[in-house]
Design a protein around this ligand. Sequence first.
Ligand code: OTU
Length: 642
Amino acid sequence: MTGMPPGLADEAAAALGEDEADAFLARAGLVLPDVAAALERLYGDRAGDLLGRALRTALQAAAERPTALRRLDRRREIDPGWFQSPRVQGYVCYVDRFCGTLRELPGKLDHLEALGTTYLHLMPLLRPREGENDGGYAVADYRAVDPRLGTMADLEAVAATLHGRGMSLCIDLVLNHTAREHRWARGWLAGDPAYAGFYTAFPDRQLPDAYDATIPEVFPDRAPGSFSWVPEALGGAGGWVWTTFWPYQWDLDYTNPEVTLAVLGEITWLANRGVDVFRMDAVPFMWKRLGTTGQNLPEAHVLLQLLHALTRVAAPGVVFKAEAIVAPDDLVQYLGAHERYRPECELAYHNQLMVLLWSSLATGDARLARQALGRMRPIPPATTWCTYVRGHDDIGWAVTDADAAAVGLDGFAHRRFLNDFYSGRFVGSFVARGALFQENEATGDARISGTTASLCGIEDALDRGDDAALEAGLRRLGLLYAVVYGFGGIPLLYSGDELAQRNDAGYLADPALAPDNRWMHRPPLDWAATARAGDPRSLEGRVTALVRRLADARRGQPALAGGTESEVVDAGSDAVLVWRRRHPRGGTFVGLANVSARPQTVDADTVTGFGTFPCVAGSDGALPVEDGRLVVPGLGWAWYAE
Ligand code: OTU
């Protein structure tokens, strides 16, 4: 049995005062066995000494925690499921592309409030390296804001303003790697003993080749393999530095506990600036082992659990969101779905739902979605999903061969079909204006870039002046967001989607952005179009009205709270996705979405009592009943609830 490190209780009392120290020690005591076990698992003999140092890092952060944030913590300790409420609805944007700078942000919150936003995810904003920086995912300093966006004081002011409005703030935390310009990387390269072992370099290709043999490539077109030659490495002899992503993003080596402690210091320091949710970037990659894919290793989970527990000892109101774009069985693990539950991340991106929705629209068939969603393992009640239609990244077709085979599809052929379809190469039911991202000649893999509206066929319809195609495109966009807002979990509205913004070619003019076509779906928010959104007949007005309708309807649905999961139901039509949620404290919610262009009927009785529930929202109002079956119009959706 591990005890509290000697002296810690007195230090806590001195740093925090009696009352706060009591709460701090209670929190620490609760996670102590798990933290000690995690340290031992990762660092063996060194664990004993590390425990004291880790808890002292947490104590220091607790002592520095501003009063207003402590008050928020207290509220969240009383209501630990605060992020599971149906009133929590997200908006995702880049500060510069949304409003310019952090200073201007508080003045733009009315736009968000009108959309029902209570959770704001600001895309990478910590100081990145100069020049190419992967959209801010190459961080040179975790304790500074990108000067183009403002200062740390501005970020704190934004957090305080959001909290004042009952909103929470999410920022990206990129911990798999730093920019090669980060102080730690410079120190390591220069041989400073304080940073010894912070990164990994090999003198020759022997081990890099051995690792590369089983690690899939993330950016095969311009960054093949997982290592980059750095002439200054290894004392000037040169070495292959571990760089999973771009050559300027150097992977931190978490087998070194000094890295873990340093990172804990950065997380807790940022938590004290007012961040509520950390989007933990690229977590599957944080631990490596020869002969594996280098993703989703058990130690990566132990590491996350460790960082999570210690962060919450310092800042109990803070929540982690996993960004793990991996296969469904691997994905649920980030929510702590282990044999024995240990908190890890409270939130994770529901990449499966996102991918399956786009797949369903392309085929006009919901069977694959039903199959893959239906067999996902349950997630712990203390966690929930972030559901989304589009994000800042490409869409990678995470459809497993097994799920494809179960509905009579060939996985590889289906993924290829989806790439053809969404890059407009497939002349099918609608023309999606996406582009291929990271086409890999060797494996035949590729991913898709493009905005929601462009992928839904809206851009093509507008260009051709085809009103019927435009209507269909709008119905697709509406259907996607209706599923995402009604599925349970935090729905994320991606900036620009509220205005059906199309692909943006502006990035091609900037040499640092031009080679990465993900920028086509990161358009600056079109404020002129927000003015048009006041006109309910305009394109923008219609989409904005739809989002507001979803947001309003959602808020009033207790069954959309977390703590329970959606169950996918076969209601007798292969083209209609039907899901049902039952809230433990009463209330049932049923959602339907017809992914085909033709009307379909579903069996009202299959879904218990379903025909008798009132329709709380829908593309076409309450669904008509014919011969005991409900008729769902083409690309129509409806929410029913009792
Ligand atoms: C993330 O994405 C970010 O979302 C990207 O924008 C960054 O480029 C990247 O990390 C590096 O920081 O592979 O294609 O399973 O899929 O972390 C995007 C997680 C990515 C990875 C994901 C990564």
